[in-house]
Write a protein that binds this ligand. Sequence first.
Ligand code: UDX
Length: 448
Amino acid sequence: MKITIFGTGYVGLVTGTCLADVGHDVLCMDVDADKIARLRDGEIPIYEPGIESMVKSNVANGRLQFTTDPAEAVAFGTLQFIAVGTPPDEDGSADLQYVLAVADTIGRHMNEYKVVVDKSTVPVGTADRVHAAVANALEARGETIDFDVCSNPEFLKEGAAIEDFTYGARIVVGTDSERVKELMRECYSPYNRLHEKLMYMDVRSAELTKYAANAMLATKISFMNEIANLAERLGADVEQVRHGIGSDPRIGYQFIYPGCGYGGSCFPKDVQALARSAADVDYQAELLNAVESVNRRQKKNLFTKLSQVFDGDLTGKTIALWGLSFKPNTDDMRDAPSRTLMEAVWNAGGRVQAFDPQAMKECRRIYGERDDLTLVADRIQAVKGADALVICTEWKDFRTVDFEWLKSNLATPVIVDGRNLYDPQTVKRAGLLYYAMGRGDSLKTPQL
Ligand code: UDX
């Protein structure tokens, strides 16, 4: 099957590469000529385990191609996937200018039946706007060519995107057209062999499904963070509470890990956009707003704890930081808790000495060279000469630590752990103060 993908960002590149890998002919289009040139040379603009070899092998066998030519892109596939960005507007709503620009491009160049597939995360009602944009462009040419628009949201996690694309729990298709259903079934048939994963629904329900999924997951996290904050104040251990509630199958163990707040390109943006959509239809989404505000507060939690340790004065202190990305297995620092922490430390007159297995280049891109930020080659160097250690991301390499060594290298024997990686008793036995998230005495005034 011939498929065109607009947008070679995270979602577009993963979708295009995976579809080529199962035998489709895929043409990926992007307006960024430099990016396309690099992709043709096998250079991957994102960090995602497994993607590089997959792109290279499918470019080599000719099933995956790249272009900047819109006419070529529109002529290529019957399915035209829109996978361009929907960044937040100033008021938190999704900015649809790139999505609608692609719709216009399709309308301007199409010469036969096309299915426009909305893959980007877009507010309810966007398919109608995409439909209108394609129709307007056709009308301006004086053409009447048949086309359909459907919604096909993605549920990919960064760091596990290929696996999620291949083994995802469901494939949601929002359409009422039998022709579209058939074409989408053909497109996804390699992923639909073991059991029926395709879920057809009306287009608005499909659009809302994506937001509802992310908002539900974000709600679970903010809820647990609230319980963690309560546990600290009540002298309970949230990790024991997590075990206690997760064993109830109605609650389950997934996505109830307390921490220093959710980040990334989806949860913060999507929760806000859904709340904004609600406000647009005169509905106050109280729960969604609370999920967002609990998360904002949680991201400040690490600094609050750190600040307590030093009696509110971080002037001249060097903070070792393990983990910059918003979660492991990605170099993505969008809305990462590490950024909230670093910026607060800098504002308080402190320095940061940071290590991350993947995100240091990204950190340099965001913050540039600065006197109060040193990026070091490994976690050990981050600790040398530092006053205290803060952990923002649960990378595998941070899970085991020689606490004796840590104690002798930190000027103040303190770990502020935003991911609850260690057993508090073990850390304390080594003579370190351990401030984790929601673990009993994590709020008490330190005795140095
Ligand atoms: C998410 C959704 O999982 C995915 O289905 C959707 O398509 C895009 O958004 P992603 O942003 O890649 O994927 O990250 P995810 O693994 O879901 O984690 C999001 C954030 O939640 C991270 O900051 C993570 O640290 C945090 N998190 C996750 C917790 O704090 N606790 C948890 O229990 C789970």
